[in-house]
Design a protein around this ligand. Sequence first.
Ligand code: SAM
Length: 292
Amino acid sequence: MNKDIATPVRTKEIMQKYGFSFKKSLGQNFLIDPNILQNIVGHAGLTKEHGAIEIGPGIGALTEHLARASKKVVAFEIDQRLLPILDDTLSPYDNIKILHQDVLKADVQQVMTEEFADVEDVMVVANLPYYVTTPIILKLLMEGLPIKGLVVMLQKEVADRIAAKPGTKNYGSLSIAIQYYTEASTVMIVPKTVFIPQPNVDSAVIKLVKRDKPPVEVTNEDFFFTVTRSSFAQRRKTILNNLTSQLPNGKEKKEDILKALEQAGIEPSRRGESLSIPEFADLANALYPYFS
Ligand code: SAM
């Protein structure tokens, strides 16, 4: 087996060889612990029949572990300076494709059609750039891509919000959006010391397994998400106050909102954080006729 990229010595050698300097603005914190990488890949449950999508391969630390565990890896990297480095570090592998693209602008669906015709399932596995974790995860889920799930490293604080249950301080519209599409769990807490440079915040790895179908039926998905976001606009306000101030013409439609709350069996004085996902679905479905 080839020597791991993700050791402190090898990573520093590679950086020196290419005179590479980290760009904080691109969320560049590279992993330098092969055990952590092994663990992340283990949680993805990859086999030689699976494909893997990586966001931000950096110098290839995680990419090579994915290449060893799966049939094919496709990685999106925004930083052009890393392309010649990846060419070099990943040269022992013939099952990796690096795409020089901003994943937020990429046509991932098209890439999947082209690159993964002959794999069983595709997992997204990544140490995400922390400045854009939420937009990346939401894009991959909302585009309805044929992926099995995601195993991704991100800020612990965001992981806590994603996996939060109703009635807790971390529960909010992000928890609901992600739990609508997936079963979410935190699988690892990761210390700062396994990165260079070390990030300012603690990290965690979350596993998101896509659901076959959403856990609730909603009349209109966009409106459901509008209602959840509106309900948490000001966490200390009641659900009634948030909805009247956030929904279009909400103030004039206060009576309609009250009727919908009653129909959904939700006290207007409750706060958003106390509502379960099925309650939000009932509420959005009751409100929808008044706002469509
Ligand atoms: N996978 C490597 C590792 O674990 O050592 C690097 C992870 S580093 C946290 C994030 C990587 O994402 C960097 O290589 C950065 O250049 C890249 N990146 C940042 N924004 C991106 C974007 N919008 N699209 C694709 N890659 C991006």
